[in-house]
Write a protein that binds this ligand. Structure first.
Ligand code: PLP
Length: 420
């Protein structure tokens, strides 16, 4: 089936690499392919490029170059931070996180819960916010690590990381922040956020390329590597650096800083227009997440009484790329753990769609979505056997599974989906 991308509104999943970043990496793919660890001049050129990118990323984070450790992705940075934090405080056996973290944090922590650690997952309220009082109640002298994301990838809700960090420090715990969704959307100034010990970012989320990320490790923090090997990254991560990807990330970081305020204002205006348009043109729509503490680019809406997966498939045929709040994993339709933690009603959680804009989103994208989405919603409501009645959860799950299978037969078998 021919496919033409008309509107890419899935920037929280990944972003278009900036042309400047792609251009900058070319010489390191074609000509300057030396190993940065080699003693010769040719390797030194690659090393020089890595050093330059380190300063560019440090500028983005508001830290110093020695505090930047290059990784392969956000997931690696999160895992490395967790391992290092626990190693720094070996006698403490308690970890605090939230119920709405990305699997890059939740999954290693749930694994550690089977290896002798006690893991507390803080609740969120209906708006997706955490309660600092719950954190104060749970934290103790046994808490080794507090790991809280800066902003949620599904709803865009921003957490009060500054306050969380203060509480962690008052109790002598390490503090890790998953900031994978933050660059280009939130100003990061780690010189001012003294309580943050570790912070992970990922290049492909801010117009760099896949396969490169960075972990901020505050100077003076004890650090045991996740990946043992050679002496790369000052002995903190074994493995030859992804020089082209790192170069591209440096340039992407520079681009973020160049026009930060203007880009945030422009993207927020587009997102707000999209939100207002959908609320005006569609019935029974709810916005998921705190609209006052939300990333400028993210809009998560629940179209009640219909299924996100059906919406997603229909929008896909129209060339609109978005994400749904329920994804196929292990052959079953799992509603988003984030929206469930927020107690979004069953009727809306299944019909949730995330629109995430980016630096290259345009008015044309928003116009196209506002033209195409309302008729899709109307049509799906008409054919929904449940009308506006809340369906029986079990029967509905069965019916949805059947529907997804028929969707798969139509679109061809795709690998299992999960939320990013
Ligand atoms: N953390 C958050 C909040 C994310 O949104 C993602 C990716 O979706 C990750 C971590 C993982 O990043 P990566 O895909 O670079 O491993």
């Amino acid at each position: 089936m021919p496919y033409t991308l008309q509107a890419y509104l899935d920037n929280n999943a990944t972003t278009l690499p900036a042309p400047e970043a792609v251009d900058a990496m070319q010489p390191y793919l074609r000509e300057v392919y030396g190993n940065p660890s080699s003693a010769h001049t040719f390797g030194g050129r690659a090393q020089h490029a890595v050093a330059k990118a380190r300063e560019q990323v440090a500028a983005l984070l508001g830290c110093t170059g020695v505090e930047v450790l290059f990784t392969s992705c956000g997931t690696e940075g999160d895992n490395a931070a967790i391992v290092a934090a626990l190693d720094a405080l070996p006698s403490r056996k308690h970890i605090i996180t939230t119920r709405v973290e990305h699997p890059a944090v939740l999954s290693p922590l749930r694994h550690l819960a089977t290896r002798g650690y006690r893991v507390t997952e803080l609740n969120v309220d209906r708006q997706g916010g955490i309660d600092l009082e719950e954190l104060r109640r749970e934290i103790s002298g046994d808490t080794a690590l507090v790991s809280v994301m800066w902003a949620n990838n599904e709803t865009g809700v921003i957490f009060p990381v500054h306050e969380v960090g203060e509480i962690a420090k008052q109790n002598g715990a390490m503090f890790h922040v998953d900031a994978v969704q933050s660059p280009g959307k939130v100003k990061l100034d780690l010189a001012k956020e003294a309580a943050i010990d570790f912070l992970a970012i990922s290049a492909h989320k801010f117009h760099g390329v896949k396969g490169a990320g960075a972990l901020f490790v505050r100077k003076g923090t004890r650090f045991r590597p996740l990946i043992h090997g050679g002496e790369q990254e000052r002995g903190r991560r074994g493995g030859t650096e992804n020089v082209p990807g790192i170069v591209a990330m440096g340039v992407a970081a520079e681009l973020v800083l160049k026009d930060f305020d203007a880009a945030v204002t422009r993207v927020a205006a587009l997102r707000d227009r999209l939100e207002a348009g959908l609320l005006a043109k569609c019935d029974h729509v709810v916005v998921n997440g705190d609209r006052d503490h939300r990333l400028c680019n993210t809009l998560n809406v629940g179209f009640e009484f219909i299924e996100g997966e059906s919406i997603l498939l229909m929008l896909d045929t129209l060339g609109i790329a978005v994400s749904s709040g329920s994804a196929c994993s292990s052959g079953s339709l799992e509603p988003s753990h984030v929206l469930r933690a927020m107690s979004v009603p069953f009727t809306a959680v299944h019909g949730s769609i995330r629109f995430s804009l980016g630096r290259y989103s345009t008015d044309k994208d928003v116009d196209y979505v506002l033209e195409k989405v309302p008729p899709v919603i109307k049509r799906l409501r008409e054919i929904s056997p449940f009308g506006r009645q809340a369906p029986n959860e079990k029967a509905e799950a069965e019916r949805r599974r059947e529907k997804i299978e028929s969707g798969r037969r139509f679109f061809g078998k795709r690998p299992e989906q999960h939320r990013v």
